[in-house]
Design a protein around this ligand. Structure first.
Ligand code: TNX
Length: 529
């Protein structure tokens, strides 16, 4: 064990047992910056201190800093153009890595955040805010220990997926998630808006999708209609944009289509006994037209020009295709030898349509079996027990986002004693497992340039309340963030825990019902979930 590790273990131990109140000695930022060094003394943010921006294109960033600081600490800053007194200076210059790099230099008199890009500046601001929120409030203001930081992201894709079909959480919960994603420098919000229990996206051309398909959820098929209107979606996109987060909708096909089929049964391809009406019908030309219309409307709504088309678990209902109208004919016309071939045909045809309106099509790892344009497709590897599917995707040249069920499915419990949440075999997605990703077997694949990044998926069959959702997300989101932003550089679980301990206080202050890995009894699972 290295000397520093021993030190962190001792710190963590003393802190856990409440015997030590430490001055900031280790960098309080999650994800850990690439390069960091503690400076001399501290910088004090006072009421009325100035955020200096020389360039008017940076005003929105200054306003974000101002609003966040006011909201969390009560201290009001001014935005100005000149250097007067102690100030936070935002500068668009400097050499940074990639589009997300920044430098943060602090002295007693000034904080300088610099980056050639606005995105980089945003991340510099977030780093500064994390330090500010954890600093003691004194009479004179907030005293923040000085640090000298140079930082940039290991991976371009740092994602979180939320399933709102199984249960619907609504705008306020989504904004809370976006706030914490930004706090942890995550930048892709994958929004699973359609699935078997409910369709949650208003489509003007097919209004019954929302008004009929939006009824019910996983717990209660009769639950009142819930979905996002076009205006709601725009509001969320705007909110995400202010936080440098890209929103990508998922419209799952050809499986997981039950809610849509309730609204427009004419496009159903049937299903199985366990999963009735699970699929869209690949044998009808009208189905492709209908789905293309839906994608076109979504393309106008979501500026990311990326669409996730699902493609997962079609096998659950594929037997329905044997008898679906037109499928046998399609197989003859296109010389498709079996239903698996029909599935590939469907994915290829819909990807083709989608690429006329989108820059990129995203799909779960089943789609690595199909032939798709590698420069415009992204594969999401989720079946941790099928490494061959990851290898196939990489060998074919597809860029891949890694979101293996173990450890990145946050619907799985994080403590063996937990009962609420998904449990299967001896699978456990504990904090140390998330932090410990990748294991040895995957480390080599991680060096492949086709790996775009990492993502955690929060499926919600078993998540009915906001509090439970928070419990599953926190603090695992912090471990995800360090893996996705920092990479394996400087990995040290004891140090991470040490920093995390202080972050739990921030969750508490924000009213988040988090799981406490240090003291599980402090926040138990709640009966009413
Ligand atoms: C698999 S991951 C699914 C989801 C479930 C999830 C539960 C994937 C592409 N499909 O439909 O919600 O497992 O953990």
């Amino acid at each position: 064990m290295k000397r520093t590790e021993v030190r962190y273990i001792i710190f963590a131990f003393l802190l856990m047992t409440g015997q030590l109140v430490l001055a900031q000695r280790s960098c309080p930022v999650i994800p850990l910056p690439t390069v960091y060094e503690q400076g001399e003394g501290s910088f004090t943010v006072r009421e009325g201190s100035v955020i200096v921006v020389k360039d008017s294109s940076l005003r929105a960033l200054a306003a974000f800093l101002q609003t966040s600081l006011k909201q969390h600490t009560g201290i009001g800053l001014k935005i100005g153009g000149g250097n007067e007194g102690a100030a936070v200076i935002l500068e668009k210059n400097g050499a940074a890595h990639g589009t997300d790099g920044y430098a943060l230099q602090m002295t007693k008199n000034a904080v300088v955040i610099s980056s050639p890009t606005r995105e980089g500046l945003f991340y510099g601001i977030v780093t500064f805010l994390q330090m500010a929120f954890q600093s003691p409030r004194k009479e004179s203001g907030l005293a923040i220990s000085c640090w000298d930081i140079q930082d940039s992201a290991r991976y371009a894709w740092r994602g979180l997926m939320l399933d709102e079909s199984r249960h619907f959480f609504g705008k306020e919960t989504v904004k809370m998630i976006l706030d914490w994603m930004a706090f942890y420098k995550l930048n892709r919000f994958h929004w699973h808006l359609t699935d078997a229990p409910g369709w949650r996206l208003e489509i003007k051309q097919y209004p019954r999708l929302a008004s009929v398909g939006g009824r019910g959820n996983y717990s209660d098929p009769g639950a009142p209609v819930q979905y996002y209107t076009t205006a709601d979606i725009q509001e969320i996109i705007q909110y995400a944009q202010e936080r440098y987060i890209t929103v990508i909708p998922e419209i799952d096909m050809p499986g997981h289509a039950t809610a849509a089929n309730r609204a427009y049964p004419e496009f159903s391809g049937g299903g199985s006994e366990k999963y009735p009406d699970f699929t869209f019908n690949p044998g009808k030309a009208e189905t492709y037209r209908y789905l293309t219309d839906i994608l076109r409307e979504a393309a106008e709504l979501f500026p990311s020009r990326m669409i996730h088309l699902g493609g997962d678990e079609v096998s659950f209902g594929i037997e329905g295709w044997k008898d679906a109208a037109g499928v046998q004919q399609l197989m003859r016309d296109e010389s498709l030898p079996g239903l698996k071939a029909v599935e590939r045909y469907f994915i290829q045809r819909m990807t083709d349509s989608a690429l006329k309106m989108y820059r990129k099509v995203l799909l779960w790892d089943e789609a690595a079996d199909a032939s798709l344009p590698v420069n415009r497709t992204i594969i999401f590897w989720w079946r941790h027990d099928k490494p061959e599917q990851l290898n196939k995707a990489l060998q074919k040249g597809y860029p891949v986002v890694l979101c293996p069920r173990l450890p990145f499915y946050f619907d799985f419990v994080q403590n063996r004693t937990h009962k609420k949440g998904r449990k299967r075999k001896d699978w456990l997605n504990s904090l140390d497992k998330v932090y410990g990703f990748p294991d040895k077997e995957l480390s080599a694949a991680m060096e492949n340039n086709l790996i775009l990044g990492l993502q955690a998926n929060l499926w919600t069959e078993l998540v009915r309340s906001r509090q439970h959702l928070e419990y599953l997300l926190f603090p695992r989101i912090a471990a995800l963030s360090e893996r996705a932003w920092t990479g394996s550089h400087n990995s040290n679980y004891q140090r991470f825990l040490f920093t995390l301990k202080a972050h739990l206080q921030l969750y508490r202050k924000a009213g988040i019902y988090y799981y406490n890995p240090f003291e599980p009894a402090e926040t138990p699972e709640l009966q009413e979930w």
